[in-house]
Design a protein around this ligand. Structure first.
Ligand code: NAP
Length: 490
């Protein structure tokens, strides 16, 4: 078994397989060690906005989280610890960028190649590279002329001293709003270039007071209860998104009241205000970001960026903003999934070409017709706007393990979803977006044609229910290749 990616998805997959007797597993990882998102994103203030009691493996619950939403270092240490405890850390082959995976029609196996020419062979291939791993920097005229420093939020340059500098931040998404209040404390001037305002909900995220922490650690069931309550809260965000004209309105009213309290200056409020329905883009949690906008050395710029000059950013009104450093908080190439990694399935068909023609999709986000025993973790339409992606990934890992057990039990080479099953589940899934907030603005959840390719259209519990038991009738089973005399002789 080869798994590509040693983030939460890949590590969770390896643990699931190991627990069910699958021994020969290799995890290929581009980075220097396991961690995925939590290794690459290390910007100041980096935290998971999903509470840790939910944003953690169900089988490795911890009672000693330092606060509701843990910082990056704590999450990374948790993932390393879980991998070590389950004996899968040693399966990771670091510094290995997979460039090509090819299904052999004759051998009925996958062959996997890395950028430096190494090769692996596998009965099954799991791609666990996720949706948010390729930093995106917009192509702007004059970018090469800019003489200042620049970097992307997901590749934070810790060697660059921001103190006393004139810093520009492009983008105001979930990443930006976490580091802006942190760097505002040290920079001389902070210019924030916003294209779209966002909906905010309060989140102070202070360290747990000692008595609460002690109670969580000592009172049996309290941590499990917190997990259940957080789960229910996360599902309620999805209710608001699914029903924008009813529950969504209540959510918007609550958010607007909070935002009004935080933004006293009417002009600043006007500029920071979102122009799309509540929940269409990710709802942001922070009690610190909006007040930062009102600080005297901080400016919120809503004029579109036109180009870069030697000295800084030039906006559409012709104004030049002189900067020492530009931080791109402009998100990720989400529509590409694992691309530029090339994946060739049966008859040499390329996955990226299939997805370019049809829009990215996979049956339940996991299996793709024409690609035997290829499985995706955090594939198309499995992102969540309110819940925990780890919950989705665990569900997927169990489903994939069941698929592999079917292959073993039937003594065949591989399992492949029937094209008609994939097509009908995709139609059903896409129809479920009708009338939801996700369809009411442009976001990274959609591809160029407007099709929503990132998000699951429903609740966490529905996804779990749908994947709980793999239905073998939805699949074809590829027989083992006939042994050829030459092979027998060998
Ligand atoms: P993002 O949500 O895609 O935000 C990118 C920002 O850059 C947006 O404000 C976008 O504006 C802006 N932008 C993009 N291109 C631009 C351009 N050419 N000119 C001006 N502005 C531009 O990226 P992100 O903040 O890195 O977050 C991505 C996802 O990662 C999140 O949605 C979330 O799923 C995940 N994340 C999670 C956490 C967490 O705590 N769990 C934290 C960070 C990130 P528009 O809105 O107009 O497109």
């Amino acid at each position: 078994m080869v798994i590509v990616g040693a983030g939460f998805g890949g590590i969770g997959m390896a643990i699931e397989l190991r627990r069910h007797g699958f021994e020969q597993i290799t995890i290929l990882e581009r980075g220097p060690e396991l961690g995925g998102t939590w290794l690459y994103n290390s910007y100041p203030g980096c935290t998971c906005d999903v509470p840790s009691h939910l944003y953690s493996f169900s089988f490795a619950q911890r009672r000693d989280w330092s606060r509701l939403c843990s910082p990056q270092s704590e999450i990374l240490a948790y993932l390393r610890g879980v991998a070590r405890d389950h004996g899968v850390d040693g399966l990771v082959v670091p510094d290995t960028e997979v460039t090509r995976c090819r299904w052999g029609d004759a051998q009925r196996r996958w062959s996997i190649e890395s950028a430096d020419g190494r090769r692996w062979c596998a009965d099954a291939l799991v791609i666990a590279t996720g949706q948010l791993h390729q930093p995106k920097i917009p192509r702007l005229e004059g970018a090469e002329r800019f003489r200042g420093h620049s970097f992307h939020s997901a590749r934070w340059d810790h060697g660059y001293e921001l103190a006393g500098k004139r810093v520009g931040v492009v983008g105001t998404g979930a990443s930006a709003i976490q580091f802006i209040p942190e760097i505002a404390r040290e920079v001389a001037r902070l210019t924030i270039f916003q294209r779209t305002g966002n909906w905010f909900l309060p989140r102070r995220n202070r360290p747990y007071p000692r008595p609460l922490r002690a109670a969580i650690e000592r009172i049996p069931g309290l941590q499990a209860l917190r997990r259940r309550l957080i789960y229910a809260y996360a599902e309620s965000l999805t209710v608001a998104i699914r029903h924008p004209r009813t529950v969504g309105r209540v959510g918007a009213l609550y958010s607007a009241a909070f935002m009004r309290r935080q933004l006293r200056d009417p002009e600043l409020r006007r500029r920071a205000w979102p122009d799309y329905p509540f929940g269409c883009k990710r709802i942001l949690f922070s009690s610190y970001y909006l007040p930062t906008l009102g600080e005297s050395h901080v400016e919120l710029v809503t004029e579109p960026i036109e180009r870069l000059s030697e000295r800084g950013v030039i906006t559409a009104d012709g104004r030049e903003w002189e900067l020492d450093c530009v931080i791109w908080a402009t998100g990720f190439h989400t529509e590409r999934f694992m691309y530029p990694m090339e994946i060739y399935g049966r008859d040499g068909r390329a996955l990226h070409e299939k997805w370019e023609q049809e829009g990215a999709h996979a049956h339940l986000g996991v299996t793709v017709a024409g690609f035997p025993s290829l499985f995706l973790i955090y594939g198309p339409n499995t992102n969540t706007s309110g819940g925990s992606i780890i919950h989705f990934e665990e569900t997927q890992a169990r489903y994939i393990r069941q698929a592999l057990e079917q292959v073993q039990a039937r003594r065949c080479a591989a399992i492949e979803v029937r094209p008609e099953v994939e097509a009908s589940s995709d139609r059903e899934l896409q129809a479920r977006f009708d009338g939801t907030a996700w369809t009411m603005c442009n976001s990274w959840y959609r591809d160029r044609s407007g099709r929503i390719i990132a998000n699951w259209p429903g609740y966490m519990r529905e996804y779990e229910r749908r994947l709980r038991e793999l239905d073998p009738t939805e699949f074809k089973f590829v027989p083992l290749p006939e042994r050829k005399p030459a092979m027998l002789a060998a």
